[in-house]
Design a protein around this ligand. Structure first.
Ligand code: FES
Length: 120
């Protein structure tokens, strides 16, 4: 499988994204806590540049004994937020948080000899 060299490890700041292109294909490579994720920069909703949106933690409701106690952020479940209409996708697997049938197209990421590659 062909690989595209993305960067040296550490060139992308934690939480940031780098868009790489090959032909008409755009892929967003996102670094989050020293792990890299790669998704096609194309939202399954209406084709927006999903990877260029915010990344933010999922929101969890806290309910105790059936009583709503508030909400907190779940830093262990980062979301990619599409900038066009706000659809959210789990960073870990690209699945939409509300509809598991909607997914960002995922690509494997390889780290070798201090560099980061995406497999296309
Ligand atoms: S195009 Fe991404 S949310 Fe609509």
């Amino acid at each position: 499988m062909p690989e595209i060299r993305v960067c040296e490890h550490g060139e992308i700041a934690d939480g940031a994204v780098r868009i790489v292109k090959t032909g008409r294909l755009e892929i967003g490579v996102i670094r989050q806590t020293d792990k890299y994720y790669a998704y096609r920069n194309l939202c399954p909703h209406q084709g927006g540049p999903a990877c260029e949106g915010l990344r933010m933690p999922g929101v969890r409701s806290q309910i105790e004994n059936g009583i709503f106690m508030g909400q907190t952020f779940d830093e262990g479940d980062m979301h990619i937020v599409c900038p066009w209409h706000g659809y959210e996708f789990h960073l870990a697997d690209g699945t939409n948080v509300c509809d598991a049938k909607l997914k960002l197209q995922r690509f494997d990421v390889v780290q070798r000899d201090g560099a980061v590659y995406v497999v296309v």
